[in-house]
Every structure is written in C-alpha cells, then in structure tokens.
Design a protein around this ligand. Structure first.
Ligand SMILES: [Mg+2]
Length: 183
C-alpha cells in the first residue's frame, strides 16, 4: 500500500494552538483602551461579553495584528517547529486547518516559515464549513465548537486556553508536545 495511505492525519489549528495570537491581541487591546488585560483575562469565547468592546472591534484587532504585527505573535511553546517535525517523523501527516479572513493568508504563511513549521497541507477555511468536513483522524483545536459533530473513530484534542476551561471535554493538552502521550 502507498505509504501515504497508511499515515494518520493530524489536523492542527493555527490561532491559539500553534500561534499564541491572543497574547498580542491583548497587547493591542491595551494600547487602544489604556488598559492592562492579559490573555488569562480572556475567559469567555465571546470577548465582547467580558470587555467593553464590540464584536467588530474584536475582529478588527485580530485582523490588524495579522496584518501589521504578525512577526510579534509568539508560538505557544519554544521550538514549535521541531515539535511538529517530530510528530511528522513519528508517522503523522500534518494538516494545518485554519478558519480565517483571506487577507491574513500571506502573513500566516510567513509566520509558519518564520517558526519553521512543517505541514503536508495547509487548509484555509473562509466560510462557515465545519472543520469536521475536512479529512483528518485527529484534530487539535482550542475551539470546542469544532468538536460538535466529531464522531468515532476521529479524535478531538482540546488545547487548553483560558476561554475553554469550562467546557467539558475528556482529552486536553497544554502544549503540542503532550500529543504524543495521547495518540
Ligand atoms: Mg484556534
């Protein structure tokens, strides 16, 4: 059998799984609002419910940081590129699966290059198609909604972030290096 056909596909979300985007989002929010929030204060998926900000502003800051500050966005852990390569070397096909505005695509690619992150494919979702519509065996994501119609034998691994702490899900990780203990 073709070697590729036997590889399991590991789909990895970008924002808040590979890229710790909300650290820079919080910095930018503080600049604009003379405040001092951190990522840890973002305890709800709906940011407009915790801070005095509209949904449009939430997304404007997001767009701005991927446009102008993408180089400042840290990875969620040091040597993230090496960790992803290790997973690939262990036999996984690496699929980066990210839902976003088209305007951020080129800087996402720049960011992945900067952090030397291997991928076997890179899927940008522009519309409301659920992530479960895409081919993978395992999905790592910080957004519980992406697991809502996930069914056996596919596996969803929730990446711990302050906004998903109250969601009940059995399989969680704090960093990508922990995946290998699960799959
Ligand atoms: Mg995400």
């Amino acid at each position: 059998m073709n070697e590729l056909a036997t590889r399991r596909t590991l789909a990895i979300d970008l924002d808040s799984v590979l890229a710790d985007t909300m650290i820079i989002w919080a910095e930018e929010f503080n600049k604009r609002n003379d405040s001092s929030i951190t990522k840890d204060n973002i305890t709800s998926w709906d940011i407009s419910k915790i801070f005095d900000i509209s949904i449009t502003e939430v997304s404007d800051i997001f767009t701005y940081i991927w446009d102008k500050r993408w180089g400042d966005i840290p990875a969620t852990e040091p040597s993230i590129g090496q960790i992803v390569s290790n997973l690939h070397n262990k036999g996984f096909r690496i699929s980066i699966l990210t839902k976003r505005y088209r305007s951020s695509v080129s800087n996402v690619i720049n960011w992945l290059d900067l952090h030397k992150i291997h991928c076997d494919d890179l899927l940008f979702v522009y519309d409301d198609a659920p992530k479960t519509a895409y081919p993978f065996d395992i999905l790592v994501d910080d957004a519980p909604i992406n697991f809502s119609d996930l069914s056996h034998p596919r596996i969803g691994i929730l990446f711990n972030q302050p906004w998903n702490k109250n969601f009940s899900w059995p399989v969680r990780i704090d960093n990508l290096s922990q995946i290998i203990n699960i799959i």
